[in-house]
Design a protein around this ligand. Structure first.
Ligand code: HEM
Length: 271
């Protein structure tokens, strides 16, 4: 059978020629190997980021512009894959904790001003996800899909799995956001382990700068989920749980049947 070989298909000769340590050839072998490890870790992060961004863009396009149950289900699939890959990204980062400090100190001067802060793909990801101050394109697409289905976020949270694919989208969004947050926290921990309070190669203060950059996307969705506790009877300060929750069927104050969180069908819902 014809077709490309494994090496050709993956362009391995090009790919594997791209890890070039900047330390002089005269450097110790262990230092050169650690620098190669540092380069591979960053390059693989950028490769996975390419896939994560493509999946999140596709999810935003699908949820924002296409109606119907299949589109929502497809959006959930894209998001679930991106969330899984962000976990991969986190593990690639924590592998760098096995970078010996003395080797890092030896090759760091050769990095010049190269810094992850200049990663265009990370900036793109930041923008797509948004933060506590502004919603990104992904969240805007999600609210468009909810508006189209006439399903307010609060109702979605109330229905839970009863909201079918919309519920899966919301859960996957939170998986994406939390995995992203975990990466940022892990990155700060890694950085302080090998640099302490030294500034970054990109010219920032290092740890204080990175701490200020840790954000949790999708605050509206978190708020909507938090409000469910009030509806289901979380006691306010000074109240007992019995007094705070709505009365249940058979208890005084209930004229007819209780209106629990229903499993009602959502328009266009496949579940
Ligand atoms: C030993 C490993 C690492 C150290 C010591 C380190 C250190 C730092 C420091 C100090 C900064 C602040 C900016 C500056 O002044 O340079 C930074 C930013 C950044 N680094 Fe790393 N880093 C490491 C690994 C990685 C890896 C594997 C990636 C993945 C590509 C990465 C991606 C980033 C990104 C995206 C930023 C910008 C973060 C933001 O602005 O929120 N870093 N890094």
């Amino acid at each position: 059978m014809g077709g490309p070989t494994y090496t050709d298909y993956l362009e391995l000769n090009t790919l594997l020629s791209l890890q070039t340590p900047r330390s002089p050839d005269s450097a110790e072998r262990a230092v050169l190997l650690s620098e190669q490890f540092f380069i591979v870790a960053h390059q693989s992060c950028e490769l996975w980021l390419k896939q994560i961004i493509s999946d999140l863009e596709a999810a935003a396009d699908t949820l924002g512009t296409r109606a119907g149950p299949e589109a929502v289900e497809l959006g959930a699939e894209y998001l679930a894959r991106a969330a899984e890959l962000l976990v991969v990204l986190y593990h690639q980062l924590t592998a760098l904790e096995k970078l010996p400090l003395r080797h890092f100190a030896a090759f760091r001067p050769y990095l010049g001003s190269a810094s992850g802060a200049d990663s265009a793909q990370f900036r793109q990801l930041d923008k797509l996800l948004g933060d506590e101050r502004r919603a990104g394109r992904l969240y805007e697409a999600f609210t468009t899909a909810l508006d189209r289905a006439e399903l307010p976020a609060a109702e979605l949270c109330r229905r839970g799995p009863g909201a079918g694919a919309y519920h899966r989208v919301a859960e996957a969004l939170l998986d994406v956001a939390n995995a992203y947050w975990r990466w940022k926290v892990g990155h700060l921990a890694l950085m302080t382990r090998v640099l302490g309070s030294r500034p970054g190669t990109g010219g920032t203060s290092g740890a204080p700068y990175l701490a200020s950059r840790i954000t949790l996307p999708f605050p509206e969705l978190r708020e909507a989920r938090g409000r469910l506790h009030l509806e289901t009877g979380e006691p306010a300060h000074g109240e007992t749980a019995q007094a705070a929750r709505p009365p249940r069927p058979g208890e005084p104050g209930v004229p007819g049947e209780a209106e629990g969180p229903g499993e009602t069908e959502v328009p266009g819902d496949p579940a």
